[in-house]
Design a protein around this ligand. Structure first.
Ligand code: SF4
Ligand code: SF4
Ligand code: SF4
Length: 330
Protein backbone atom coordinates (compact mmCIF):
# COMPACT_ATOMS: atom_id res chain seq x y z
CA UNK A 1 0.00 0.00 0.00
CA UNK A 2 1.37 3.40 -0.93
CA UNK A 3 1.74 5.92 1.86
CA UNK A 4 2.23 9.62 1.27
CA UNK A 5 3.80 12.22 3.51
CA UNK A 6 0.47 13.46 4.91
CA UNK A 7 -0.72 9.93 5.74
CA UNK A 8 2.56 9.09 7.38
CA UNK A 9 2.51 12.20 9.55
CA UNK A 10 -1.11 11.61 10.53
CA UNK A 11 -0.60 7.98 11.46
CA UNK A 12 2.57 8.66 13.39
CA UNK A 13 1.36 11.91 14.99
CA UNK A 14 3.20 12.83 18.15
CA UNK A 15 5.33 10.00 19.34
CA UNK A 16 2.69 7.31 19.26
CA UNK A 17 4.30 5.44 16.43
CA UNK A 18 7.69 5.51 18.06
CA UNK A 19 6.33 4.48 21.44
CA UNK A 20 4.24 1.69 19.97
CA UNK A 21 7.08 0.25 17.91
CA UNK A 22 8.77 -2.84 19.21
CA UNK A 23 12.16 -1.41 18.38
CA UNK A 24 14.53 -2.15 21.23
CA UNK A 25 17.96 -0.83 20.36
CA UNK A 26 20.82 -1.13 22.80
CA UNK A 27 20.37 1.26 25.70
CA UNK A 28 23.09 3.90 25.64
CA UNK A 29 24.32 5.57 28.84
CA UNK A 30 22.40 8.79 29.54
CA UNK A 31 24.12 11.98 28.45
CA UNK A 32 25.43 14.30 31.19
CA UNK A 33 23.92 17.70 31.89
CA UNK A 34 25.60 20.58 30.05
CA UNK A 35 27.95 22.45 32.42
CA UNK A 36 25.70 25.47 33.05
CA UNK A 37 22.37 23.76 32.42
CA UNK A 38 19.37 25.90 33.33
CA UNK A 39 15.77 24.85 33.67
CA UNK A 40 12.54 25.04 35.60
CA UNK A 41 11.15 23.21 38.62
CA UNK A 42 7.35 23.08 38.59
CA UNK A 43 5.72 22.04 41.86
CA UNK A 44 2.05 21.20 41.24
CA UNK A 45 1.31 21.31 44.99
CA UNK A 46 2.05 25.07 44.93
CA UNK A 47 0.22 25.89 41.71
CA UNK A 48 -3.09 27.76 42.07
CA UNK A 49 -3.96 27.65 38.35
CA UNK A 50 -3.90 31.44 37.96
CA UNK A 51 -2.35 31.21 34.44
CA UNK A 52 -0.11 34.22 35.03
CA UNK A 53 2.64 32.05 33.52
CA UNK A 54 0.60 31.59 30.34
CA UNK A 55 -0.25 35.27 30.01
CA UNK A 56 3.34 36.38 30.50
CA UNK A 57 4.70 33.62 28.28
CA UNK A 58 2.57 35.08 25.48
CA UNK A 59 3.48 38.65 26.34
CA UNK A 60 7.26 38.15 26.41
CA UNK A 61 7.32 35.85 23.39
CA UNK A 62 5.04 38.10 21.27
CA UNK A 63 2.40 35.40 20.91
CA UNK A 64 -1.16 36.44 20.07
CA UNK A 65 -3.83 34.91 22.22
CA UNK A 66 -6.99 36.96 22.19
CA UNK A 67 -8.41 37.84 25.59
CA UNK A 68 -5.81 35.90 27.54
CA UNK A 69 -2.99 37.95 26.06
CA UNK A 70 -4.78 41.27 26.14
CA UNK A 71 -5.72 40.98 29.80
CA UNK A 72 -2.06 40.65 30.66
CA UNK A 73 -0.84 43.12 28.04
CA UNK A 74 -1.21 46.78 27.26
CA UNK A 75 -4.35 46.62 25.12
CA UNK A 76 -7.42 48.04 26.89
CA UNK A 77 -9.96 45.44 27.97
CA UNK A 78 -12.82 47.22 26.15
CA UNK A 79 -11.07 46.48 22.83
CA UNK A 80 -11.51 42.73 23.28
CA UNK A 81 -13.98 41.33 20.78
CA UNK A 82 -16.84 39.01 21.89
CA UNK A 83 -15.12 36.10 20.11
CA UNK A 84 -11.88 36.69 21.96
CA UNK A 85 -13.52 36.43 25.38
CA UNK A 86 -13.75 32.69 24.79
CA UNK A 87 -10.27 32.47 23.29
CA UNK A 88 -8.44 31.02 26.31
CA UNK A 89 -6.26 28.26 24.84
CA UNK A 90 -6.74 24.73 26.10
CA UNK A 91 -3.84 23.01 24.30
CA UNK A 92 -0.32 23.84 23.18
CA UNK A 93 -0.38 25.30 19.68
CA UNK A 94 1.62 27.50 17.34
CA UNK A 95 0.20 30.42 19.38
CA UNK A 96 0.61 28.91 22.86
CA UNK A 97 4.01 27.77 24.13
CA UNK A 98 2.90 26.97 27.67
CA UNK A 99 -0.37 25.55 28.96
CA UNK A 100 -1.85 25.08 32.43
CA UNK A 101 -4.41 22.31 32.75
CA UNK A 102 -6.56 21.14 35.65
CA UNK A 103 -7.18 17.51 36.53
CA UNK A 104 -9.70 16.25 39.07
CA UNK A 105 -10.71 13.01 40.66
CA UNK A 106 -12.40 10.52 38.40
CA UNK A 107 -14.70 9.53 41.28
CA UNK A 108 -17.33 12.15 42.01
CA UNK A 109 -17.05 11.77 45.79
CA UNK A 110 -13.26 12.14 45.72
CA UNK A 111 -12.73 8.85 47.53
CA UNK A 112 -9.48 8.01 45.69
CA UNK A 113 -6.76 8.70 48.25
CA UNK A 114 -4.42 10.17 45.67
CA UNK A 115 -7.10 12.08 43.79
CA UNK A 116 -8.88 13.92 46.57
CA UNK A 117 -8.53 17.28 44.96
CA UNK A 118 -7.79 19.13 41.78
CA UNK A 119 -4.27 19.30 40.59
CA UNK A 120 -2.83 21.63 37.99
CA UNK A 121 -0.07 20.78 35.56
CA UNK A 122 2.05 23.10 33.42
CA UNK A 123 3.17 21.80 30.08
CA UNK A 124 5.81 23.10 27.67
CA UNK A 125 9.10 21.95 26.14
CA UNK A 126 11.08 19.91 28.68
CA UNK A 127 14.50 20.79 27.17
CA UNK A 128 15.60 17.17 27.12
CA UNK A 129 19.21 16.46 28.00
CA UNK A 130 19.36 14.34 24.84
CA UNK A 131 16.62 15.89 22.67
CA UNK A 132 15.00 13.66 20.05
CA UNK A 133 13.78 16.71 18.12
CA UNK A 134 17.32 17.97 17.54
CA UNK A 135 18.67 14.49 16.80
CA UNK A 136 16.32 13.95 13.85
CA UNK A 137 16.44 17.45 12.36
CA UNK A 138 18.28 16.92 9.04
CA UNK A 139 19.44 20.53 8.75
CA UNK A 140 20.33 21.39 12.35
CA UNK A 141 17.44 23.82 12.81
CA UNK A 142 16.93 22.61 16.38
CA UNK A 143 20.02 23.07 18.50
CA UNK A 144 20.86 22.22 22.09
CA UNK A 145 23.11 24.89 23.56
CA UNK A 146 26.28 23.08 24.69
CA UNK A 147 26.60 25.36 27.72
CA UNK A 148 23.13 26.01 29.19
CA UNK A 149 21.35 23.13 27.41
CA UNK A 150 18.42 25.18 26.10
CA UNK A 151 16.93 23.61 22.94
CA UNK A 152 16.26 26.44 20.51
CA UNK A 153 15.10 26.74 16.93
CA UNK A 154 16.52 28.49 13.85
CA UNK A 155 13.76 29.37 11.40
CA UNK A 156 16.23 30.21 8.63
CA UNK A 157 17.52 26.62 8.54
CA UNK A 158 14.17 24.80 8.90
CA UNK A 159 12.88 23.08 5.74
CA UNK A 160 9.46 22.30 7.22
CA UNK A 161 9.78 18.49 7.19
CA UNK A 162 8.23 18.36 10.70
CA UNK A 163 10.25 15.35 11.66
CA UNK A 164 10.87 16.95 15.06
CA UNK A 165 7.12 16.76 15.70
CA UNK A 166 7.12 13.02 15.17
CA UNK A 167 10.26 12.45 17.21
CA UNK A 168 9.38 14.40 20.35
CA UNK A 169 8.06 11.95 22.96
CA UNK A 170 6.10 14.74 24.67
CA UNK A 171 4.26 16.09 21.60
CA UNK A 172 5.69 19.60 22.06
CA UNK A 173 6.71 21.15 18.69
CA UNK A 174 3.81 22.75 16.83
CA UNK A 175 3.62 23.86 13.19
CA UNK A 176 2.18 27.06 11.75
CA UNK A 177 -0.20 25.36 9.33
CA UNK A 178 -1.99 28.53 8.28
CA UNK A 179 1.15 30.57 7.47
CA UNK A 180 2.60 30.87 3.96
CA UNK A 181 6.10 30.54 5.38
CA UNK A 182 5.42 28.29 8.37
CA UNK A 183 7.81 27.57 11.19
CA UNK A 184 8.04 25.20 14.11
CA UNK A 185 7.00 26.74 17.42
CA UNK A 186 7.91 25.69 20.95
CA UNK A 187 9.15 27.09 24.28
CA UNK A 188 12.80 28.15 24.08
CA UNK A 189 13.05 28.73 27.83
CA UNK A 190 12.94 32.49 27.10
CA UNK A 191 16.55 32.30 25.90
CA UNK A 192 16.17 35.74 24.28
CA UNK A 193 15.70 37.31 27.74
CA UNK A 194 18.98 36.11 29.29
CA UNK A 195 21.19 38.77 27.67
CA UNK A 196 19.45 41.50 29.69
CA UNK A 197 19.79 39.48 32.88
CA UNK A 198 16.20 38.22 32.76
CA UNK A 199 14.99 34.63 32.84
CA UNK A 200 11.89 32.60 31.98
CA UNK A 201 8.85 34.88 32.12
CA UNK A 202 6.64 32.06 33.40
CA UNK A 203 8.81 31.88 36.53
CA UNK A 204 9.30 35.61 36.95
CA UNK A 205 5.53 36.15 37.03
CA UNK A 206 4.49 33.05 38.99
CA UNK A 207 3.14 34.45 42.27
CA UNK A 208 3.42 31.27 44.36
CA UNK A 209 6.81 29.76 43.52
CA UNK A 210 5.13 26.86 41.68
CA UNK A 211 7.48 27.56 38.74
CA UNK A 212 11.04 28.48 39.62
CA UNK A 213 14.00 29.02 37.31
CA UNK A 214 17.63 28.16 37.99
CA UNK A 215 20.56 25.91 37.36
CA UNK A 216 19.34 22.35 36.95
CA UNK A 217 21.80 21.09 39.57
CA UNK A 218 20.26 23.50 42.12
CA UNK A 219 16.71 22.68 41.03
CA UNK A 220 17.41 18.98 41.53
CA UNK A 221 18.76 19.66 45.03
CA UNK A 222 15.72 21.78 45.88
CA UNK A 223 13.36 19.06 44.65
CA UNK A 224 15.17 16.35 46.60
CA UNK A 225 15.05 18.54 49.73
CA UNK A 226 11.28 18.87 49.40
CA UNK A 227 10.94 15.09 49.34
CA UNK A 228 12.56 14.91 52.79
CA UNK A 229 10.01 17.32 54.33
CA UNK A 230 7.06 16.04 56.34
CA UNK A 231 3.63 16.73 54.85
CA UNK A 232 1.95 19.49 56.84
CA UNK A 233 5.22 20.96 58.14
CA UNK A 234 6.23 24.52 57.17
CA UNK A 235 8.95 25.37 54.65
CA UNK A 236 10.23 28.56 53.05
CA UNK A 237 9.64 27.98 49.34
CA UNK A 238 11.72 30.13 46.96
CA UNK A 239 9.70 32.22 44.49
CA UNK A 240 10.78 33.09 40.89
CA UNK A 241 14.29 31.58 41.07
CA UNK A 242 15.74 28.72 43.08
CA UNK A 243 18.29 31.01 44.77
CA UNK A 244 15.86 33.89 45.30
CA UNK A 245 15.70 35.86 48.54
CA UNK A 246 11.97 36.07 47.86
CA UNK A 247 10.55 33.18 49.91
CA UNK A 248 7.07 32.19 51.00
CA UNK A 249 6.48 30.29 54.26
CA UNK A 250 3.94 27.57 53.43
CA UNK A 251 2.66 24.17 54.37
CA UNK A 252 4.38 21.23 52.70
CA UNK A 253 2.19 19.12 50.42
CA UNK A 254 1.96 15.36 50.20
CA UNK A 255 4.56 14.65 47.52
CA UNK A 256 4.86 11.57 45.39
CA UNK A 257 8.30 10.01 45.73
CA UNK A 258 9.16 11.03 42.18
CA UNK A 259 10.81 14.01 40.52
CA UNK A 260 9.65 13.72 36.92
CA UNK A 261 12.44 14.58 34.51
CA UNK A 262 15.33 13.28 36.61
CA UNK A 263 15.58 10.21 34.40
CA UNK A 264 12.57 10.14 32.03
CA UNK A 265 13.51 10.19 28.33
CA UNK A 266 17.17 10.31 29.37
CA UNK A 267 16.53 13.26 31.75
CA UNK A 268 15.10 16.73 31.15
CA UNK A 269 15.93 20.25 32.27
CA UNK A 270 12.29 20.89 33.17
CA UNK A 271 11.46 19.02 36.40
CA UNK A 272 8.06 18.29 37.95
CA UNK A 273 6.83 17.48 41.46
CA UNK A 274 3.27 16.52 42.31
CA UNK A 275 1.00 14.94 44.86
CA UNK A 276 -0.90 13.13 42.11
CA UNK A 277 0.54 10.32 39.96
CA UNK A 278 1.89 11.71 36.73
CA UNK A 279 -0.09 9.38 34.51
CA UNK A 280 -3.24 11.01 36.00
CA UNK A 281 -1.86 14.42 35.01
CA UNK A 282 -1.70 13.56 31.33
CA UNK A 283 1.88 12.20 31.17
CA UNK A 284 2.42 9.30 28.82
CA UNK A 285 3.15 6.24 31.02
CA UNK A 286 5.01 4.56 28.13
CA UNK A 287 7.89 7.02 28.33
CA UNK A 288 10.88 5.20 29.75
CA UNK A 289 14.26 6.39 31.00
CA UNK A 290 15.85 5.70 27.65
CA UNK A 291 16.93 8.76 25.67
CA UNK A 292 14.68 9.09 22.65
CA UNK A 293 17.35 9.63 20.00
CA UNK A 294 18.23 5.94 20.51
CA UNK A 295 14.61 4.86 19.96
CA UNK A 296 14.07 7.30 17.14
CA UNK A 297 17.02 6.12 15.12
CA UNK A 298 16.07 2.53 15.81
CA UNK A 299 12.84 3.29 13.98
CA UNK A 300 14.22 5.60 11.32
CA UNK A 301 16.79 3.17 10.00
CA UNK A 302 13.92 0.87 9.03
CA UNK A 303 12.27 3.45 6.77
CA UNK A 304 15.07 5.10 4.80
CA UNK A 305 13.00 5.58 1.64
CA UNK A 306 10.27 7.33 3.55
CA UNK A 307 12.75 9.63 5.27
CA UNK A 308 14.35 10.62 2.00
CA UNK A 309 10.90 11.29 0.52
CA UNK A 310 10.00 13.43 3.54
CA UNK A 311 13.17 15.45 3.28
CA UNK A 312 12.78 16.05 -0.44
CA UNK A 313 9.11 17.01 -0.05
CA UNK A 314 9.92 19.30 2.87
CA UNK A 315 12.79 20.96 1.06
CA UNK A 316 10.72 21.40 -2.11
CA UNK A 317 7.78 22.94 -0.27
CA UNK A 318 10.14 25.24 1.64
CA UNK A 319 11.87 26.44 -1.53
CA UNK A 320 8.55 26.98 -3.33
CA UNK A 321 7.04 28.87 -0.41
CA UNK A 322 10.10 31.09 -0.03
CA UNK A 323 10.16 31.78 -3.78
CA UNK A 324 6.47 32.69 -3.78
CA UNK A 325 6.91 34.97 -0.80
CA UNK A 326 9.85 36.72 -2.42
CA UNK A 327 7.96 37.27 -5.67
CA UNK A 328 4.92 38.53 -3.70
CA UNK A 329 7.04 41.07 -1.90
CA UNK A 330 8.56 42.49 -5.12
S1 SF4 B 1 10.44 18.00 24.91
FE1 SF4 B 1 10.36 17.53 22.71
S2 SF4 B 1 10.68 19.51 21.72
FE2 SF4 B 1 11.39 19.74 23.84
S3 SF4 B 1 13.60 19.24 23.79
FE3 SF4 B 1 12.52 17.34 24.28
S4 SF4 B 1 12.25 16.35 22.27
FE4 SF4 B 1 12.69 18.52 21.87
S1 SF4 C 1 10.25 29.51 29.60
FE1 SF4 C 1 9.44 31.29 28.45
S2 SF4 C 1 8.72 30.43 26.51
FE2 SF4 C 1 8.96 28.70 27.95
S3 SF4 C 1 6.95 28.46 28.92
FE3 SF4 C 1 8.12 29.80 30.25
S4 SF4 C 1 7.59 31.87 29.55
FE4 SF4 C 1 6.96 30.46 27.92
S1 SF4 D 1 2.63 27.90 37.60
FE1 SF4 D 1 2.43 29.77 38.84
S2 SF4 D 1 1.74 31.34 37.37
FE2 SF4 D 1 1.35 29.34 36.43
S3 SF4 D 1 -0.78 28.86 37.00
FE3 SF4 D 1 0.55 27.89 38.55
S4 SF4 D 1 0.67 29.42 40.19
FE4 SF4 D 1 -0.12 30.51 38.39
Amino acid sequence: MAINRRDFLKVSAGSGLLLASNTSPAVAAPKPLPPEAVGILYDATLCIGCKSCMVNCKKFNSMPGGALYREGGDIPYEHITPEEIYDAPTELSDKTLNIIKAYKSESADGSDADMERYSYIKNHCLHCIDPACASVCPVGALIKDPNDGVVSYDQDKCIGCRYCQIACPFGIPKFEWQETSPKIVKCQLCHHRYKEGNYSACCEYCPTGASIFGKVADLREEAKRRLTLSPGSKYEFPVQTVDSGNRQFKEVGNYLEQIYGMTEAGGTQYLFMSGVPFDKLGFNPNITDQAYPDLTWGYIKKVPVLIVALLIAGAASHVITRRDNLSDSK
